[in-house]
Ligand binder design. Structure first.
Ligand code: PLP
Length: 369
C-alpha cells in the first residue's frame, strides 16, 4: 500500500460526529463572521496557550504581520529590520514585508535547526527592531537565549508558532516568552481548519485588543482615517471546527511523539542519517519529522519506488530568494548545508506504527549507488 505524506481524511473519521454537530450549529446560526464560535475559540485557545488573550485572524501570515504592526515594532516604509531564520516557510519573511519591514536572515543552529543566536547577534544593526524565532518543525527555538539577546539590544520578540501548537519549553507555551506568538491553522498544521486561519496570542491584552480593531478594517478609527486596518478575520465555521479539534490536540501530539520515537529507534543504525536534537521532551510536537542524508535525492527516489511520499521543508533558503536577497548578504553555511540534505518523512497522528516501520525499513535497506 502506498504511504502518503499526510491523509487528513483519517483524522476526519475520528471526529466526524462532533464536527458535524459543530458545523451544523454554525449553519443554522445565520452568523458566519465574528460571532460566538470565534469568541469561544479565542478563549479556549488563550487558556490552552496559558496566555492572557488570543485573537483569530485569516491566516498565520496575517497573524505575524499584524503582531508586528500592532505592537508598533514595524513602521511602514521606515526601513525597520526584523531578523528571521533563513530555514523556514517563505511566509515568515513575507509577513515582515507585508507589515512594511525588511527581513534580515540568520543562520540556524546545527543541532536543532532553529535560529542561531550567534548569527542573530552579528545581524543586528541600528535599524533592527525585532527578532522572529520560528519554532521549526514543531520544536521551540531557544527562547531564553533569544529573549536575553533581545533584552540586551532593546528588540521585540514575536514568535512564529505556525508549526508548534501545544509545544512547551520550561512549561511555557509560545507567546509566553516573546511579546506575542503567531499561529497558523492551515489544514496540515497540528491544529488545522478546513481552510485558512490564524491567531495571535499574547500576555499583552492591549495588543490583542488593537489587533481585534485592525483585523476588522480598523473599525471606527478607519472612518476617522487614522488607522490602516485590513480584512483578516477567522470565520465561524473554522472556529467551530478548531474548537472540536482542540480537545484532541494533546493526544494527537502525543501520538506524533510516539511515532517519532519509533522512527528514532529504527533509524538509529543508519550512520549517514542525521536528525535534529530534541531540546526537552515536550519542546517538540513533531509537526514534521525531518532527517538529513548526504544522498537525499537518491533516498527520496528510492522511497518513491516503494510508494512512500516524502517532501522537503525547505529546498529554497530565504536569503537566496530574489524577493528577499539583500546586497552584502553573508553566507549562512549551516542552513546552506542542510538545504541539500533534509527530507521530511510521513508523520501524522493517524499514521499507523506499521506504516512508520515500513518507511524506516525502506530507509535502512537504502544503498546509494
Ligand atoms: C513557519 C511558518 N510560518 C508561517 C506560516 C504561514 O501560515 P499561513 O499559511 O496560515 O499563512 C506557515 C505556514 O505555512 C509556516 O509553516
Amino acid at each position: 500500500m502506498p504511504i502518503s505524506f499526510l491523509d487528513l481524511t483519517r483524522q476526519n473519521s475520528e471526529i466526524e460526529a462532533e464536527t458535524s454537530v459543530a458545523l451544523g450549529r454554525v449553519y443554522t446560526s445565520g452568523q458566519y463572521i465574528l460571532g460566538p464560535e470565534v469568541v469561544a475559540f479565542e478563549e479556549a485557545w488563550s487558556r490552552f496557550c496559558q496566555v492572557d488573550g488570543a485573537v483569530g485572524v485569516a491566516s498565520g501570515t496575517d497573524a505575524l504581520s499584524l503582531a508586528l504592526v500592532a505592537s508598533g515594532t514595524v513602521r511602514k516604509g521606515a526601513g525597520d529590520e526584523v531578523i528571521v531564520p533563513t530555514l523556514t516557510a517563505p511566509y515568515t519573511a513575507l509577513a515582515v514585508l507585508n507589515a512594511g519591514g525588511v527581513p534580515v536572515f540568520a543562520d540556524v543552529d546545527p543541532a536543532t535547526y532553529t535560529i542561531d543566536c550567534k548569527s542573530i547577534e552579528i545581524s543586528i544593526t541600528s535599524r533592527t527592531r525585532a527578532i522572529v524565532p520560528v519554532h521549526l518543525y514543531g520544536q521551540m527555538a531557544d527562547m531564553p537565549a533569544v529573549c536575553a539577546l533581545a533584552d540586551q539590544h532593546g528588540l521585540t520578540v514575536i514568535e512564529d508558532a505556525a508549526q508548534a501548537h501545544g509545544a512547551r519549553l520550561n512549561n511555557r507555551s509560545p507567546g509566553a516568552f516573546g511579546l506575542a506568538a503567531a499561529y497558523s491553522f492551515y489544514p496540515t498544521k497540528n491544529l488545522g481548519g478546513f481552510g485558512d486561519g490564524g491567531a495571535v496570542v499574547s500576555t499583552d491584552k492591549a495588543l490583542i485588543e488593537r489587533i481585534k480593531v485592525l483585523r476588522q478594517g480598523g473599525h471606527a478609527e478607519a472612518l476617522k482615517g487614522q488607522l490602516e486596518g485590513r480584512n483578516s478575520r477567522l470565520d465561524e465555521l473554522q472556529a467551530a471546527l478548531l474548537g472540536v479539534k482542540l480537545k484532541y490536540l494533546n493526544d494527537w501530539n502525543q501520538r506524533r511523539r510516539k511515532l517519532a520515537a519509533l522512527y528514532d529507534e529504527m533509524l538509529a543504525p543508519v550512520a549517514k542519517l542525521r536528525r535534529p536534537d530534541v531540546r526537552q521532551s515536550d519542546s517538540h510536537v513533531f509537526h514534521l519529522y525531518v532527517v538529513a542524508h548526504p544522498n537525499r535525492e537518491a533516498l527520496q527516489a528510492h522511497l518513491a519506488t516503494r510508494g512512500i511520499e516524502t517532501m522537503i521543508h525547505y529546498p529554497y533558503l530565504l536569503h537566496q530568494q530574489s524577493l528577499f536577497r539583500q546586497t552584502g548578504q553573508q553566507p549562512l553555511p549551516v542552513a546552506e548545508n542542510l538545504a541539500d540534505s533534509i527530507l521530511s518523512l510521513p508523520l501524522y497522528p493517524h499514521l499507523g506504527e506499521g506504516e512508520v516501520s515500513e518507511v524506516a525499513r525502506a530507509i535502512v535497506e537504502f544503498e546509494p549507488a
